[in-house]
Design a protein around this ligand. Sequence first.
Ligand code: ADP
Ligand code: MG
Length: 626
Amino acid sequence: MSDIIELLPDLVANQIAAGEVIQRPASTVKELMENAIDAGSSHIQLIIKDAGKALIQVIDDGKGMSETDARMSIERHATSKLKTADDLFALNTFGFRGEALASMAAISHLTINTKREEDDLGTQLQIEGNKVKSQEPEQCAKGTSVAIRNLFYNVPARRNFLKSNAVETKHIIDEFQKVALINPDKYFELHHDENELFHLPAGSFRQRIIDIFGNGYNEKLVPVEEETNILLINGYIGKPEFAKKTRGEQYFFVNNRFIKSPYLHHAVTNAYDQLLPKKNHPSYFLMLEIDPAMIDINIHPTKTEVKFENEKELYAIIMASVKNSLGKYNIVPSLDFEMEADITPNTLRPQHIEIPQIKIDPDYNPFADSSSSISSGSAYTKPQATPLEKPNKDNWEKLFTEQEVTIGGTADINIQTEDVVQGVFAPEWEEEQEVNTEDQSFSIQIKNRYLITETESGMMIIDQQRAHERVIYESCLADLSNQQVIAQQLLFPINISLSAGDNVLFGEIIGDLAALGFEIENFGKQSYVVQARPSLISDENVKDVIDSIIEELKTETNGNSFGNHEKIALSLAKRTAVQNGRILKQEERDQLIASLFACQMPNVSPEGKAILKTINLKDIAKLLED
Ligand code: ADP
Ligand code: MG
């Protein structure tokens, strides 16, 4: 039998590599822009057509390539940035794997125009399916232009997998913003289908943040600066009062590279400690400089996750300096000076680090003063604390102490316990009995979270929050297709200004929001005025809800086929449903249960979690068997 092992043809090997490096148009944007930065450019233009599906082009004024280098650049493992394995530990370029251009060449039609300063003529290279179709001398300016046309033309599976133009454009803008943010001393431009989305003159980091995210940021930023022997921090954090319910702009750059680090993220949010309302997220733009030998950036092919050698010290320093900045700018009334005293790794040993605690406020209700009562899809009003609530608790305590005290006489115990039990339950019990006799329904709430109701065969336990989410979700979906809701005019119209990326997504759903009862007018490039809202939400929550809808649109839904309507309905359901921990009155419980069973899928929450469980009599009896 003949031998069967063969080397993969280059094209196939490159297509496989492309699968890792190039997931979507935005990945090529990242690679091309990083190449432009590595080439020492100071003027970088990005041109996009049809959300990158037709064209992605980056034009720079960097050092350019020779004729031979241009040809070499599309070979696999061809790089000018890494000569020995040791160089890996002292990288100061973005690229080093020499894979990006080879990968792109394997899955698109690629054109490179490039010229070095010292050459009279540049060169133009056309590549298709990894093969050079032509290479000719070309009159061009110093620098390089790489144009990618028809991305994934020969990988239909990948092409079909792409999301809507709005979503792909949003991803492209995200990548563009990351590179532009960390290079404020360079000029950037982004054109999409003849529109200029960004025009960013060289300037300070602060100016760059404002140019990208809007003038509003000018008053929101507080500088953070810190120098220790292992870490240099430079950047800005958002004042606590501007924190948003949705994760806003949060950027860490390590040695000029954007990274994700849940651990360091926690260090920042921990520094805000008591300063933020619950569930609010601060913005931050922090540039960290660390000895490259202390980082391993090679653990992820797209290189956004890094491993730090001395993570715990970094955590402590970042947290201390953010606290320090918040304090300096008089944002913290009384600062924890202990943390401030001397910010060196020696004084901030890892044992200072607290394990993250989750604090939950069971009474928290973002819709506290909305006055509507529950109906299919409307928000709960928080019931006024009845005078019974407090005495109830006292009575419980009394119940136990009195039992202990009167342990001597049996008769006493009986009488006293009975009295107290009456005190605890009687008034509510009576109220329920009354309701019961009228409409035959019966339900109780336990731990302000679960509703229990009787069924023919036994009993049913219902998770109140998930149930309400289901009710709102289905009612929103119905509104979105019926388009017949009644909008409530806002007392004071609300202004919303969006970043360019969010604006692209928002444009896609503005019609749907109108169907739900939002009345939104465009007011200049990325600004809107909200005039009316659906009755489901209150005036104060309009901004939040819109933020959370945009946030939901951004999240990639793995596996499930959530379209825009489902995402809008889901974020409304999550934002407006009654929370666990809320006391529900009898009529609210009844109405919730009735609305739930009017739903098409009363069993599972919109996110697929169980809403209810039934236990039949037999099982109850079994529980009590000896
Ligand atoms: P890497 O960036 O990892 O080296 P790439 O495939 O992205 O790999 O690029 C291969 C080589 O092509 C780079 O090392 C560089 O020498 C050259 N190159 C790519 N883009 C540019 C550019 N815009 N300007 C100058 N040289 C470039
Ligand atoms: Mg590269």
